[in-house]
Write a protein that binds this ligand. Structure first.
Ligand SMILES: Nc1ncnc2c1ncn2[C@@H]1O[C@H](COP(=O)(O)OP(=O)(O)O)[C@@H](O)[C@H]1O
Ligand SMILES: [Mg+2]
Length: 272
């Protein structure tokens, strides 16, 4: 769910139906990050309703990953505000935002390759602090942990690999495991940075299905370079270009937007 241009009253009304009574799951106001003279993210505004599937798309270098780092707290804001379920988290650490329900995956996988699928998820369930105590000690899941692992491997399509080492499963399955790891902390808002990056065409479909099948009350923000994949998954879309919001709306509105078509399919000189 996103803000739309103020003139687009019909769209605003249509999208507002999905808004729950309370606060937005995520709300950005004037969010900016400068690297020297470069405005990597420049006054971005965005509103995402609880349970929405919201895609952030744009060419390489548009500022998508930087925006996620600003939302998660890994990077400090140069200006602007980030609200998570109504709370102003702009000055919170990444750890505190994670505790408040913000989960994320990375563009580069985050899986411990020497451990099994089960062990990877177990460590995520127990939290980072538990790693050094549990890894070489009591590493068997309790009954409750076992049930939760079973649920997560099912949701993420890696049930049949539960006892395989992460290094022994395909790259596509590792990305699915990474999603299970992110879900283990039961986030309310999940940021997915290019979940289909590096996947073969045959692996992209299953990943899209998994994202589609995530719990409906989970709010999902998805960065995706592949516009068709993103638009097929999302209810609402923000298009970034040179750090700024170029367009926003439903997938159809974004598809029909001439400036977006220009950036993706148009004139030479664009870096799409
Ligand atoms: N730590 C950094 N220091 C300097 N420039 C950066 C840094 N991180 C990203 N950038 C620059 O910011 C712009 C946006 O990058 P990024 O957010 O990674 O784009 P995207 O994810 O959309 O491809 C790029 O020009 C990139 O080179
Ligand atoms: Mg990126």
């Amino acid at each position: 769910m996103t803000a739309v241009t103020p003139t687009d009253a019909d769209t605003t009304a249509a999208l507002a139906v999905k808004t729950s009574e309370g606060a937005w799951a995520l709300e950005l106001q004037g969010v900016s990050r400068h690297f020297g003279a470069l405005k990597a993210v420049d006054a971005v505004a965005m509103k995402v309703a609880a349970g929405a599937r919201h895609a952030v798309i744009g060419p390489n270098g548009a500022g998508k990953s930087t925006l996620f780092a600003l939302i998660s707290g890994e990077l400090a804001l140069s200006a602007g505000r980030v609200r998570l379920m109504g709370a102003d988290v702009s000055r919170w650490s990444a750890a505190r935002r994670a505790q408040a329900g913000l989960g994320r995956t990375y563009q580069i996988t985050n899986v411990l390759s020497g451990l099994t699928v089960e062990q990877n998820i177990l460590l995520a369930l127990r939290g980072k602090e538990a790693v050094k105590y549990s890894l070489f000690g009591r590493s068997r899941p309790t009954a409750a942990e076992d049930a939760r692992i079973e649920e997560l491997v099912g949701l993420c399509g890696v049930s049949q690999h539960r006892n395989d080492r992460a290094s022994a499963i395909s790259y596509g399955r590792q990305r699915q495991l990474e999603l299970a790891i992110a879900l283990a902390s039961s986030p309310k808002v999940l940021l997915l940075d290019e979940p289909a990056a590096g996947l073969s065409p045959a692996e992209r479909g299953p990943m899209a299905d998994i994202v589609r099948g995530l719990p409906p009350d989970l709010t999902v923000l998805l960065i995706e370079h592949d516009m068709e994949l993103a638009l097929g998954l999302a209810d609402t879309v923000t298009v970034l270009h040179y750090g700024q919001v170029l367009a926003e709306g439903t997938p159809q509105q974004v598809r029909d937007n001439e400036q977006v078509q220009d950036v993706y399919f148009g004139a030479a000189g664009h870096h799409a």
